[in-house]
Design a protein around this ligand. Structure first.
Ligand code: SF4
Length: 210
């Protein structure tokens, strides 16, 4: 989702429901590949992100969960929005939602439960981490099993140890336990620092608690 199709979100959800789709999945823009070139021009701002998440929350409430699920990708911090919305609404499901998110231990799955292998055999932690800075190895030179279990590899180590190192805004955020610190690809693209904060996060850590 970008500034170019943000205004169509509700119509897209309604279309998906009318077609009987079982899942509505929203992908945010990541500064990766061709997304890097247009990122600053079409990435959404904080107000638009909050508006989109509010719309998803409302649509999810109007929808039988047995017929369609809603999810977003590439922004672990999105989980904060439904929690805050459920708090505001006094939802009876709030405790279960918190416990579920805590059991998942936050964090995106890149470099841990997810990997990307490109058409040339290059392995990286996720489908958005294309630059050489995220290069783990090539399956034509070394088996994937050997690459993935090499926990001393600096890229894998950084992804797997990141909760200990992420600082700045995330370091003082009360939602870190369920979010895990946002997207590392976005943080690195913005600051050149793997452990920096995700600049796409809409959460104000000074008013965050679980
Ligand atoms: S400040 Fe960091 S830890 Fe808190 S919600 Fe945003 S990305 Fe997640």
């Amino acid at each position: 989702m970008t500034r170019e199709n943000f205004g169509e979100l509700e119509d897209l959800i309604d279309l998906a429901r009318s077609l009987g789709a079982s899942r509505f999945c929203l992908y945010w823009l990541v500064p990766s590949g061709r997304g890097s070139d247009s990122y600053s021009r079409i990435q959404l701002g904080r107000e638009e992100v909050t508006e989109a998440l509010s719309l998803l929350y409302r649509k999810a409430q109007e929808t039988d969960p047995g017929t369609m699920e809603f999810l977003t990708v590439e922004s672990p911090q999105d989980c904060v929005h439904p929690i805050q919305s459920m708090e505001r609404d006094g939802s009876p499901d709030l405790a279960d939602a918190r416990n579920l998110l805590k059991s998942l231990k936050g964090e995106c799955s890149a470099g841990d439960r997810a990997a990307n292998v490109d058409p040339l055999g290059n392995v990286s932690p996720c489908q958005f981490s294309h630059s050489l800075d995220f290069f783990i190895g090539n399956i034509r030179k070394r088996p994937f099993s050997a690459l993935w279990t090499d926990s001393a590899h600096p890229v894998l180590a950084r992804f797997r140890e990141k909760p200990v190192h992420i600082g700045r805004k995330c370091g003082k955020c009360g939602y870190f336990e369920i979010c895990g610190g946002g997207c590392r690809v976005r943080a690195y693209a913005k600051a050149g620092n793997f452990f920096s904060e995700d600049p796409f996060c809409f959460v104000d850590p000074d008013n965050s608690s679980l």
